[in-house]
Design a protein around this ligand. Sequence first.
Ligand SMILES: NC(=O)C1=CN([C@@H]2O[C@H](COP(=O)(O)OP(=O)(O)OC[C@H]3O[C@@H](n4cnc5c(N)ncnc54)[C@H](O)[C@@H]3O)[C@@H](O)[C@H]2O)[C@@H](O)CC1
Ligand SMILES: [K+]
Length: 505
Amino acid sequence: MKKLVTCKEMKDLDSTTIREIGVPSEVLMERAALKVVEEIEKCLQKDERILVVCGSGNNGGDGIAVARLFHLKGIRVEFYMVGNKEKMTRETALQYKIASGYRVPEVNNPQWSEYTTIVDAVFGVGLTRPIEGHYADIIHEMNSARAKKIAVDIPSGVNGDTGLEMGIAFSADLTVTFAYRKRGLCFYPGRLYAGRIVTADIGIYEQEAVTASAACLENKDLKLFPERDPGGNKGTFGKVLFVTGSEGMCGAAYLSASAALRAGVGMVKIQTVEANRIPLQILLPEAMVCSRFDQESNEQLLSWCDVIVIGPGLGTSVASREREQWFLTAAAREKKPLILDADGLNLLAAHPQWYQYLGEHVVLTPHIGEMSRLSGRTIQEIQHKIADTALKCAAETGSVCVLKDACTVIADEKGQMYLNLSGNSGMATAGSGDVLSGILAAVLCMYLKTEEQPPMVLKAALGVYLHGLCGDLAAAEKGKRSMLAGDIIEYLPKALAIGEEESEL
Ligand SMILES: NC(=O)C1=CN([C@@H]2O[C@H](COP(=O)(O)OP(=O)(O)OC[C@H]3O[C@@H](n4cnc5c(N)ncnc54)[C@H](O)[C@@H]3O)[C@@H](O)[C@H]2O)[C@@H](O)CC1
Ligand SMILES: [K+]
């Protein structure tokens, strides 16, 4: 698990390290520059010519220090100050003075085509407004050059909190980010602009309070899944009820239920319309299918199950609405874990009075469109404020919100948040969300008998991560274009077995 920071959190950490611990900012800057040099050197070739483009803030100071370090190693390097020299920060002015002392070559009108590597040190976490005019022209030139491109801390023009492009952004092959990955390097398009991301330790003092607001999971976090009890039976490994599948939509029920079984659930029952009974029993003989919706049958299903999934392929008919209301109310009364997905969310959006049945036992899994219906915000508004939207939804409902996008956000009402880095565009395919709801149900079941209970938000984040990892494995063999939602399920065994390796996505 790795912590993720906002620009403000990073600045607070910098200043705590400087003021309270007493590490001079020049030392941090030197360490930052050394890390950038170390990473660039890994791919340095013969006859390299490096240009470092520097702003007047501390990101520029890092850049000047990088130029000096290369110069002192005898590598051909020049730096170009695009920032106003009058406005240099104290640290950057000092770097400039030192670079002048060592006679590090400075250029005022670089010939962009002459360089093999261009280092972007124009703006870092201090970018506050869209890039325009002269700065925009320079970034355009940098992007057009045929050199290798390295960003210092964050590509200039990427908003460090949202990943959005601020006017224009530097398109890097490699970004060396300091201390913690910035949130904006997780969200798109920031993640694309960054290229490969290396998080470099520069000796920043770790302070729980300011760095705890967001994190991302890695393969090795799948080890958090409890061991399967050798003495367990199908009853102890979890019983999941799927309130799913209207007429013509049995596929969603099938995908969700089979994902749950493949991820380790002991038993599943699917409550669906009679027309779906035979296809489901043929497709998934391991599942039990029930097509009665009366009070007695509902009561029996409720007392049988450990976890409920409402939504995949449910439809929005009157009968579906009644089924959802019945199980929403019952789950709230009994505090039974519940995953609300797809049409389950659309029905919720149409019946705001049902919000009273939500709470900490519920995981909501809206995609952006469903969130738009739930929140009344436009899709664009949500995309611009995806983390805030998930946090707000969680705060308003008391439930865990899994806001699904290219970088899914998982948040709870206490403000704990995970950004998911596994997965790929191949997963943007019909049925992928149904698979996720089944995997989430399975993860909740893994913890039914464990003494230690991680928070619901972490369980949900683990499920989302696992789903993405299956998608990555599927894409590697089937290709992003060709993979189907069912392929995600097929790679569950491999993904569950991985759990050991560490990787930065
Ligand atoms: N001591 C520290 O605080 C450390 C800072 N470090 C580096 O310093 C960076 C942060 O430095 P700063 O806070 O000085 O910020 P930046 O270097 O990111 O730049 C901020 C400057 O750019 C100006 N600016 C912002 N947006 C602009 C726009 N659109 N057009 C024109 N000018 C604009 C601001 O007014 C300010 O003068 C980090 O990203 C990192 O690279 C590292 O050296 C580690 C230690
Ligand atoms: K930069």
